[in-house]
Design a protein around this ligand. Structure first.
Ligand code: CP
Ligand code: NVA
Length: 305
């Protein structure tokens, strides 16, 4: 089953910068097509299998709706209801799914599990979030920046809060889209050390969120307590208290800076209501762009030529 040509999307590094740009251009076209109400169903008969080991609103809906709009269909698999939940090896599951579906999306905890699945899969595998990164969200974030502010190459992006999966994907994006990234996190919550090294020259680690926000074109944050870290919530509330994105922080940035958050958000924790519900926030476009960006990604992976 395994083909030399099978492409996966486990990180932003799995596509070249030119391929990423072309997926984003296509995402903008697909958004316009949908706005005009035009039918575009190139993936008729194609089936997407989706494995979710963590909760989701946006990722599930955007993949499921996206596949339906492209003419295909999708199957939602919760581990509780599959043999995965009873210990069937991930490698065996990958080989079996490869024979039946055309594309697989996985959201899980350990990144190695997605890599193991992909290594045995004859069909493209998309990472729908792991503890390590969230590349699909970055497609939507880049699309949102470009549609509101134009080219992102050479711009300054500031990440404030937890050095989590989203922060790691911002490091990947800084390399692939060639922007400068400032990461402001408290001690002990740094992003992946290897990724920081890989992004050297593009990314700097800071402690002071005010200094990090100065003249930024984009300010982004995420929850302080990611899925799987719930037992650390009280400690995290204390450690992250100085890292809330407030109007005062936004005022340090460029006057036309935008604010992004992958959602779900906790107003009064990582971001004030004033900011997320304010004029610089583009979070609703960002959420919608998950749909368009992933439709473009699925088209790309299934019809790479
Ligand atoms: N941003 C994001 O991935 O949202 P969900 O957890 O709702 O899928
Ligand atoms: N960092 C968050 C992102 C949710 C989309 C989490 O992993 O829970």
């Amino acid at each position: 089953m395994t083909s030399m040509k099978t492409r996966h999307f486990l990180s932003l590094f799995d596509l070249t910068p030119a391929e990423l740009r072309s997926v984003l251009r296509r995402a903008a076209e697909l958004k316009a097509l949908r706005r005009r109400g035009e039918r575009h169903a190139p993936l008729a008969q194609k089936v997407l299998g989706m494995i979710f080991e963590k909760a989701s609103t946006r990722t599930r809906i955007s993949f499921e709706a996206g596949m339906a709009q492209l003419g295909g269909s999708s199957i939602f698999l919760a581990p509780r209801d599959t043999q995965l939940g009873r210990g069937e090896p991930i490698e065996d599951t990958a080989r079996v799914l490869s024979g039946m579906v055309d594309l697989v999306m996985i959201r899980t905890f350990g990144h190695a599990l997605v890599e193991r699945f992909a290594s045995c899969s004859g069909v493209p595998v998309i990472n729908g979030l792991t503890d390590y990164n969230h590349p699909c969200q970055l497609l939507a974030d880049m699309q949102s920046f470009i549609e509101h502010r134009g080219e992102i190459r050479g711009k300054t992006v500031t990440w404030i809060g937890d050095g989590n999966n989203m922060c790691n994907s911002y490091l990947e994006a800084a390399c692939q889209f060639e922007f400068q990234l400032r990461v402001a996190v408290p001690p002990g919550y740094e992003p992946d050390a290897e990724l920081l090294k890989r992004a050297a020259g593009r990314a700097v680690l800071l402690r002071d969120p005010m200094a990090a926000a100065k003249d930024a074109d984009l300010i982004a944050t995420d929850v302080w307590t990611s899925m799987g870290k719930e037992e650390e919530r009280q400690r995290r509330l204390r450690d992250f208290a100085p890292y809330q994105v407030t109007a005062h922080i936004m005022a340090q940035a460029q006057p036309d800076a935008i604010f992004l958050h992958c959602l779900p958000a906790h107003r009064g924790e990582e971001v004030s209501a004033e900011v997320i519900d304010g004029p610089q926030s583009r979070v609703w476009d960002e959420a919608e762009n998950r749909l368009h960006a992933q439709k473009a990604l699925m088209e790309f992976l299934l019809q790479p030529d």
